[in-house]
Design a protein around this ligand. Structure first.
Ligand code: 0O2
Length: 224
């Protein structure tokens, strides 16, 4: 009957969300391990910070509607790639690709889809590297491959995206006057930010030419 169906669906949904949050923990650990190791070897943290979230039920239902697929627990797993989301904020553009390569070289990771919105920015100016990845998560009686969307971007790209997100979601931008002008202005900001990222990268290249390792403490010690 309907009550049993409701309780079963609610339980299955709760269980699936728990699995996505475990997948996020696994992915965060992988990224933290890489960052710790690189910081010991290169004495510099390529990752500034990591954020993560499990998509909210309302956003899940909205996206299922948008895709024109059934609204059910099975459909979430089958059709959505970004229920588990991890965002990695790097200092420089080359750090983004270093982190992505290191992650994708791990043999328990499967790349499902890659969208390079840095090489090919969206029309509105959005930039980020998106990786849809599958990782195994070990539960009490099963090993389950879980999908996680990893968005990797610079601090500057993140600044733009969060302002853009606030304008889009917190306010109904259609109600604001001169929407086209605002969009053009935002796009211009995105392009200026991209130029700044490129200049910061050029500065970094001068400090560490040929991606050379920064001087180690041993070198400094020898000079004492
Ligand atoms: P939220 O609130 O971040 O969860 P896919 O099924 O993955 O192929 P999708 O999800 O449309 O299709 O792919 P896309 O565009 O690669 O990734 C969508 C996510 O990227 C968004 O999630 C945002 O997090 C981010 N994103 C994409 N475009 C923009 C943009 O123009 N501005 C900003 N600020 N973020 C963007 P959600 O679900 O839309 O939102």
């Amino acid at each position: 009957d309907i009550q049993t169906y409701f309780v079963n669906q609610a339980f299955e949904f709760q269980e699936l969300m728990m699995m996505y949050s475990c997948a996020i923990r696994e992915m965060r650990t992988k990224l933290e391990v890489l960052n710790d190791e690189l910081s010991v070897h290169h004495q510099r943290n390529p990752i500034e910070f990591i954020t993560s979230r499990v998509k909210k039920p309302l956003s899940i239902v909205e996206k299922l509607h948008r895709y024109g697929v059934p609204v059910s627990v099975e459909s979430v797993e089958k059709n959505l790639n970004d229920v588990a989301g991890v965002r990695v904020i790097c200092s420089f553009i080359d750090d983004i690709y270093t982190v992505a390569d290191m992650l994708l070289r791990q043999d328990d990771i499967t790349l499902i889809k890659k969208k390079d919105y840095i090489e090919h920015p969206k029309d509105n100016g959005y930039r980020s590297l998106h990786l849809i990845i599958e990782i195994p998560v070990f539960f009490s009686n099963q090993k389950k491959n879980m999908r996680v969307e990893v968005q990797i971007r610079t601090i500057a790209m993140d600044f733009w995206a969060s302002v853009d997100h606030q304008l889009k979601y917190k306010q109904n931008i259609e109600d604001v006057e001169n929407t086209d002008e605002l969009s053009a202005e935002l796009k211009e900001c995105a392009d200026i930010i991209a130029q700044t990222d490129a200049r910061m990268q050029a500065i970094k290249n001068k400090i560490y030419p040929g991606n050379a390792l920064p001087k180690t403490n041993m070198d400094k010690l020898k000079k004492l």
